[in-house]
Each structure stands twice: as C-alpha cells, then as structure tokens.
Design a protein around this ligand. Structure first.
Ligand code: CAA
Length: 270
C-alpha cells in the first residue's frame, strides 16, 4: 500500500492504520481510499483470527489527521462522477462504522471535510490539542459528501451540525470536546500512547461481548426503544453461549470469595 500503513501489536492485539500522505496533509484521493480499503481487509482477517481486537486510525505527521477529500481530484468531476466519488467514500466509511471490532480515531491535527467524516465513522474519537475539526465544503461549493450531513447531526445534534456545515467554520479541540465530538484531548505527544492504552484496555475485555456491544449500540441507535432493547436482548443472550462469559463470571465469584487471590482473566474469544 502506497498511502496507508498497517501494523499490529502481538502483545496487546491492537492494530494501527495510519493514513500516510503527509505532503497533501493526508487528503483522501481515490488511491488513498483504495489503500484504506485494503488495510481494513487485512485487519478484518486478523480480527477473524483473533490477532487484532481493537484498531486505531490516525494520520502521519504532526499537523494533520486528514485535511479532507482531495480537492484537486474533485475539481473536475461531473455530477455522475461526484455521486460515484461520494459513494466510494460512503461505502468505506459504512464499513468502518460496522467493522466487527472497535475503531478509535486518534485525531492528530486537521480533521476537515472527509477527515472529520472518517473520524465520525469510527466508534470513538480522541484528539491532540492542535486538532481542528470542520466541514468546510459549503465554502467550496459542495455539501459534505462522505456522510458529514448525517453523522455530525447524529453526534452533536442538528443545531450544532447545521451551524458547522452552513458556516463552514472550523472548531478547535476544546470546542470539539465541549460539543461531544471527541471524548478527550491530549498534548500531541500523549495522543498515540493514550489511544494505545484505551485500545489495549478494550482488547483485554471479552471479545465476543465487545463485538456484540458494538452491534447492539449501532443497530439500536436508529430504532424505536422497544425494538432497540429487543436487539440488545438477543445479543445479551448470545453471550451466555460463550466460554468467556463463564470464565468472566467465575473469576468475579472467585475474587469475591477470596479477594487476595485475584485471577486475571485472559479472555479466549470463545
Ligand atoms: N485536497 C488536496 N490537497 C490538499 C488538501 C485537500 N483537501 N488539503 C491540503 N492539501 C495540500 C495543499 O494543496 C498543499 O499541497 P502543495 O504543498 O502541493 O501546495 C499541502 O496539502 C499543504 O497544505 P497547505 O499549504 O494549504 O497547508 P496550510 O498549513 O497552509 O493549510 C489547511 C492547512 C488549512 C488544512 C489547508 O490545507 C486547507 O484548507 N485544506 C483544505 C481543507 C478542506 O477544505 N477540506 C475539505 C475538502 S472537501 C471534502 O472533504 C468533501 C467531502 O466531504 C467528501
């Protein structure tokens, strides 16, 4: 892959996907989208083999996570080509959103347009103090095209999403934190260690339960509450067929009987 790096820690079962086109501030052209798709293919295989249980998505360099879709590539598109380019991004971002294991966006600088949009397709966003978020598309004569009109409104509410999209005004890390777009803000040098710590914590929980929790939240969020809790019931019930449920609960009960003999549970993904 020319524009994307993929590495795995065998120790923590955390995979890291790095968008690596720093000369263009990691802007997403078709080649970057294709490489990302390939990296997620590799991660999906590793997740199926239980080599990876949580992913981190970040950008190369200290200035930019992703500065948007590639404006040069978009500048000459026709209506049909524009729609197809939007679909290419949307297909990939839908895949990230419903990826079997959690994906943490570690936003290390500009997250504009398609950059904010790819971060919003991840399960969790954390960022560095120099991060800048925005949907500048209306200033370019287009709407957000990789899900920004939809996911931003769902994440921060329609009022704030409309203000950001209509005004094309960027916001800094502290405001992104205040409106709930990111979960935490770190000094730049602490961002990746913080993402790795969070990812390793997630990777140490029962994998079947983590995956089922992701599925329950994602499927339930767009359903009426009575149907949403029914989705949860099925997934909750399915966990009781796993060995990890038996081991996880037995460990708790052992600890209760004898607090000095705390046994760490190494979940088997079974
Ligand atoms: N597309 C293509 N190239 C980009 C780019 C983008 N989105 N963002 C930055 N670059 C390139 C610049 O053209 C420049 O390349 P050259 O060195 O070859 O000239 C290089 O990255 C460095 O950028 P700047 O010199 O502009 O750096 P800066 O520090 O002065 O400014 C910035 C940084 C404020 C992020 C500025 O680059 C910028 O405004 N970029 C565009 C941001 C944007 O509008 N993104 C939304 C795109 S539309 C979209 O994403 C649609 C969608 O929803 C699918």
């Amino acid at each position: 892959m020319e524009f994307v790096l993929y590495e795995v820690s065998a120790e923590t079962k955390v995979g890291t996907i790095t968008i690596n086109r720093p000369k263009a501030l990691n802007a997403l052209n078709s080649a970057v989208l294709d490489d990302l798709s390939e990296a997620f293919d590799l991660a999906e295989k590793d997740a199926a083999e239980d080599k990876v249980r949580c992913l981190i998505l970040t950008g190369a360099g200290e200035k930019s996570f992703v500065a948007g879709a590639d404006i040069g590539e978009m500048s000459t598109l026709t209506k049909e080509q524009g729609e197809a380019f939007g679909k290419k991004g949307n297909d990939l971002f839908l895949r990230i959103e419903s990826f079997p294991i959690p994906v943490i966006a570690a936003v290390n600088g500009f997250a504009l347009g398609g950059g904010n949009e790819i971060s919003m397709s991840c399960d969790i966003r954390i960022c560095s103090e120099n991060a800048v978020f925005g949907q500048p598309e209306t200033g370019l004569g287009i709407t957000p095209g990789f899900g920004g009109t939809q996911r931003l409104a769902r994440l921060v509410g329609p009022g704030m999403a409309k203000q950001m999209v209509y005004s094309a005004r960027n916001i800094k890390a502290d405001e992104a934190y205040r409106i709930g777009l990111v979960n935490a803000v770190y000094p730049l040098e602490e961002l990746i260690p913080a993402a790795q710590k969070l990812a390793a914590t997630i990777a140490s929980q029962a994998p079947i339960a983590v995956r089922a929790s992701k599925e329950a939240i994602n499927r339930g969020i767009s359903l009426p509450i009575d149907q949403a809790v029914a989705v949860e019931e099925k997934l909750f019930g399915s966990c009781f067929e796993s060995e990890d449920q038996k081991e996880g609960m037995a460990n708790f009960l052992r600890k209760k009987d004898d607090p000095k003999k705390v046994k760490h549970v190494a979940f088997q993904n079974k």
